[in-house]
Design a protein around this ligand. Structure first.
Ligand code: TC6
Length: 713
């Protein structure tokens, strides 16, 4: 590595007496971009040559120390100076270098600190190696230095999980040498440097430390445990392997091996998917229509309906500090709602997510129960969660229009009904929005913020604000049957049903999707949700069904037998008393055979790959239509919806990212081939055709939207 890099000034070098303070300044999180790496090299050289400076302190400007490598640069070929070399250069310094950490030191940021001879943190600082969440491993010595400094167990705890730890825990683990009471990192670093200079403390290089030996079984056990949790994601397992390397070889060889493992993962589809998800998460709320607009006041909410959904929404709001007024039709229903909320809140206390005092405050102060809509006269926002019937919902909104204060946001939690039609019964359609929570609403992360034709921008912002308060991932959706998620779900479920009627079994489809990385297959999910729900929907839609649509009867026949899934102990699977996992119900196969016989279908034997291709093609095609119609503003909105609400494996990045990886041309040609058998179902999305014709991808569309920071240069 050349040490002749000229400083661009993003890392400043300033003498404070006999201590050189190097300040890394790359807003917002001091990511280790090429310029920062070059500057660090230049500053270290300057320090070595500076006869006045007896020690150096590295600090970060702004809110954090350093949040890691610049993730955006990973898309481009690696450019010198590489981070591991920069850090080796810091560690090789002949004079003490101290990392003074405030905010966070994450990933490459902690690796820089591990390359320093000493580390001091201020109160509230956190350190961690979260690279695993990006589908990579720490690639600048983290897997080799951390175990040497803190031991293999600590490294095995921190690196494969990616979970940061606080300053005190880091000190207890030996990662920080001290937690300072000083107000800022510079002061903490200067105090520490003084003591090192005055005491002549010998330099401590992590690369030269020897960690206490451990039994090889520790690694085997760790690998087995993380592989089980990772469900197909590679990086957690490679994290363990890289730490194991540290126990087997010299530091230099370990570094070479770490680099090899890092580069392989950095070039993988899993890394691309997880980096996409990282930036997509941050792009969700960045919408031109609400830029610069403030939310309305949001301290208290009303919830209409205390069933599973309403009680779940109320729980989520209460747990996050909102006051809730819950409305039910009579005292008995209110009692049931309160019991459900108490059970939910009690569960959260048991899991340590809420304190007993918070629980007490919820029931003493924050929750009000009422049978009278007039109790909602002062709330800031109301979420209606009554029976999924348009007339019932319209009646509720008429009442809300009468009692709610001016400016209150009126939200419906419908999962597919027309929010415009609901808004139209009020005199204030600008205040009406859909807020589609997912059950159990106090646990599930996704919130679809459904924007109707007349919804005011500050009402949209307030929807996002509610999501933020309730720690949800809010995605903007437009009005259509099923919005983003349920609409796409209906299509890939229909594709699955066709696969099954044409010859496969529901169990094979479930297995393929489990292997793909979903936590459950679609039929196991259907059993959990209750088969009667889909049955009711099919009956409701029967009069408007297009005659060209292939209609399958097996699910109706199952319901006719009273098999509604888990709640009746029988559905696609048979459930032993109290069991949540079932065994395949063989009678389903008989029902399918009957249907094939009636429809004169010759059962075809699809391979796992063919099943997957069809299922995913259906998902991607409908998703493309959803984007084409503006129901989802960008492909990334679809990806996050499927990840947070439907179990799509994050390490595959969502269906659109997956489609980009597979190649849109291949997906389109599959769709066209399937259309030979069923032209009605397999109508290619125009957007897909356009993208293929112009050689573009869904990622290009995200970038063109201008709101995906991954695309920024
Ligand atoms: C690594 O280090 C590998 C090393 C080996 C190399 C050989 N790069 O999250 P926020 C952006 S891998 C580029 O909203 P917060 C982010 O996109 C890295 N950009 O803020 C957003 O941009 P926007 C390991 C980054 O206060 C803005 O900064 N490190 C990076 O809620 C603000 O971010 C990690 O995985 C980055 N590394 O949380 C840590 N980090 O405004 C990743 C952030 O254009 N970062 N941005 O949308 C975080 O966990 C959080 O950002 C945070 C701050 C806790 C630092």
């Amino acid at each position: 590595m050349s040490s002749s890099f000229k400083s661009s000034g993003q890392v400043s070098y300033e003498l404070r007496g006999d201590v050189a303070v190097m300040t890394v300044s790359n807003a917002p999180v001091n990511a280790l971009s090429l310029a920062i790496r070059q500057d660090l090299v230049a500053c270290i050289k300057q320090f070595e040559e500076d006869d006045v400076a007896k020690a150096a302190v590295i600090v970060g400007a702004g809110k954090v120390f350093i949040a890691g490598a610049d993730i955006r640069e990973f898309k481009r070929p690696a450019t010198e100076p590489h981070l591991p070399d920069v850090i080796d250069g810091i560690e090789a310094c002949s004079k003490p270098v101290i990392a003074a950490i405030h905010g966070v030191a994450l990933g490459g940021g902690l690796e820089v600190a591990l390359g320093c001879h000493f580390r001091v943190g201020v109160k509230g600082a956190k350190v961690g190696l979260p690279e695993v969440h990006l589908g990579i491993i720490p690639g600048a010595g983290g897997t080799q230095r951390l175990p040497r400094l803190a031991g293999y167990e600590k490294a095995l705890e921190m690196i494969p999980s990616g979970v940061p730890i606080g300053a005190d825990a880091a000190k207890a683990a030996g990662i920080l040498d001290d937690v300072s009471d000083e107000a800022d990192a510079v002061a903490a670093g200067l105090v520490f440097a003084r003591s090192v200079i005055d005491n002549g403390t010998p330099l401590r290089r992590c690369s030269e430390l020897v960690a206490p030996a451990v039994d090889a079984q520790v690694f085997a056990d760790a690998k087995a445990a993380v592989a089980k949790r990772a469900r197909g994601q590679k990086s957690p397992v490679v994290c363990v392997e890289a730490i194991e390397v540290a126990s087997q070889t010299s530091f230099a060889d370990g570094m070479a091996k770490e680099r090899e493992m890092f580069m392989e993962l950095k070039n993988s589809a899993q890394h691309r998917a997880l980096a996409h998800a990282f930036f997509a998460d941050r792009a969700l709320g960045k919408l031109p229509e609400i830029e610069g607009i403030a939310p309305r006041a949001l301290k208290s909410i009303g919830v209409i309906g205390g069933g599973t959904m309403g009680a779940g929404i109320a729980t989520g709001a209460l747990m996050n500090g909102l006051a809730v007024t819950l409305i039910e039709r009579d005292d008995e229903a209110l009692g049931r709602a309160k019991a459900t909320i108490a059970k939910n809140v009690g569960g959260a206390v048991k899991k340590g997510k809420l304190s007993a005092e918070q629980e007490q405050r919820i029931f003493a102060e924050a929750l009000s129960l009422s049978t009278d809509y007039a109790s909602l006269s002062e709330v800031d926002l109301v979420v209606e969660a009554v029976f999924e019937d348009i007339d019932v919902k319209k009646q509720v909104f008429e009442k809300l229009d009468e009692v709610c204060k001016e400016g209150a946001v009126l939200a419906t939690n419908t999962s597919y009904l027309d929010v415009n039609a609901i808004a139209a019964v009020t005199k204030r359609p600008q205040d009406v929005i859909g807020l589609h929570f997912f059950s159990p609403a106090h646990i599930m992360k996704l919130l679809e913020v459904v924007v109707a034709d007349k919804t005011a921008p500050d009402v949209i912002v307030t929807g996002f604000q509610l999501g933020k308060i309730m720690r949800k991932v809010a995605v903007r959706a437009g009005v259509c049957d099923g919005f983003i998620g349920n609409r796409i779900l209906a299509t890939y479920r229909a594709a699955a049903d066709a696969i099954v009627v044409d010859g496969s079994t529901p169990f094979e489809v479930d297995e393929v999707m489990l292997e793909f990385g979903f936590p459950m297959g679609p039929y196991a999910v259907a059993d959990l949700a209750g088969l009667d729900i889909g049955w009711a929907t099919r009956k409701r839609k029967a009069p408007t069904r297009d005659p060209r649509e292939r209609y399958f009867t097996f699910a109706d026949r199952m319901c006719e037998q009273g098999w509604f899934g888990q709640k009746t102990s029988k559905g696609y699977y048979v459930y032993e008393e109290g069991a949540r996992k079932g065994t395949p119900n063989p009678a389903v196969l008989d029902i399918l055979t009957e249907e094939r016989k009636e429809k004169q279908i010759n059962a075809q034997n699809l391979s796992k790959e063919q099943i997957l291709d069809r299922y995913m093609a259906a998902m991607v095609n409908e998703a493309a239509k959803v984007v084409e119609e503006g129901i989802a503003l960008r492909p990334l909105d679809v990806d996050m919806t499927l990840i947070y609400g439907y179990g799509f494996p994050r390490w595959r990045g969502g269906p659109m990212q997956y489609a980009d990886e597979i190649g849109l041309e291949k997906i389109l040609s599959n769709i066209k081939a399937y259309a030979q058998e069923d032209a009605y179902f397999w109508q290619p999305a125009k957007l897909l055709e356009e993208l293929v014709a112009s050689g573009r991808t869904f990622a290009d569309l995200n970038a063109e939207s201008g709101n995906n920071s991954a695309a920024k240069k």
